[in-house]
Design a protein around this ligand. Structure first.
Ligand SMILES: Nc1nc2c(c(=O)[nH]1)N[C@H]1C(S)=C(S)[C@@H](COP(=O)(O)O)O[C@H]1N2
Ligand SMILES: [Mo]
Length: 199
């Protein structure tokens, strides 16, 4: 009988999870912010979708809370090489927020309070792939992790999941965000290890 280490079979999640190339698993939830945590109170929070034609759709916190929400459980993959499995969120699907928005744009630039930006193709925000999340692990989203609300787009490297999100700008021509401008990949697929421009 072959000798198989207990750990190999012992972890139920091995059946469901794989690590993208170059990543390691952590149980921690590291905080990675390029600047200070902006103080954004829900009663001053607004989320705006601006189309390539200049039309604006804005939700305040009460309107946003009244939208139907999902409770996705997802794996996170940060470009600094940590991955975290089975994180639990509550948020509004971008499908809901973009439902009545008329656009033929292919690109988006996501904007945060505090001026962080990141570019994501529109199709990567649709079809159940992205949320504006406002709860994590059964609690209100911690300000350090992006509260009151952050983008959650877990199939791309975690820098695409903009914390303190305040809006999405729809664009016909791609514009690079904060990290993409200084050398990180425009798309950022962890499974293809697209860390830097040219990967
Ligand atoms: N507004 C804003 N969003 C951001 C960042 C940031 O610096 N500012 N950092 C990104 C990076 S590089 C990562 S890995 C994740 C980290 O999220 P966390 O601090 O909740 O782990 O947020 C992303 N979203
Ligand atoms: Mo990151």
């Amino acid at each position: 009988m072959p000798i198989v280490s207990r750990g190999f079979h012992g972890r139920a999640r091995d059946a469901r999870h794989k690590l993208p190339p170059g990543q390691y698993e952590t149980a921690d939830f590291p905080v990675l912010s390029a600047g200070p945590t902006p103080a954004v109170e829900p009663d001053e929070w607004e989320f705006t979708v601006r189309t390539e034609e200049g039309a604006q759709h804005t939700w305040n916190w009460a309107q946003f809370m009244a939208l139907p929400s999902d409770t996705p459980t997802v794996d996170l993959h940060c470009v600094t090489k940590w991955s975290k499995f089975d994180t639990e969120w509550q948020g509004v699907s971008l499908d809901v927020l973009l439902e009545d928005v008329e656009t033929s744009a292919e690109y988006t630039l996501v904007h945060s309070y505090g001026d962080y930006t990141t570019n994501v193709p529109l199709e990567d925000l649709l079809d159940g792939k992205a949320w504006i999340a406002y709860r994590h692990d059964g609690e209100e989203l911690d300000p350090e992790h992006g509260g009151p609300a952050r983008l959650l787009v877990p199939h791309l490297y975690f820098w695409k999941s903009a914390k303190w999100v305040r809006g999405i700008q729809l664009l016909d021509v791609e514009e690079r965000g904060f990290w993409e401008t200084i050398g990180y990949h425009d798309y950022g697929d962890p499974w293809r290890e697209q860390r830097y421009q040219g990967d």
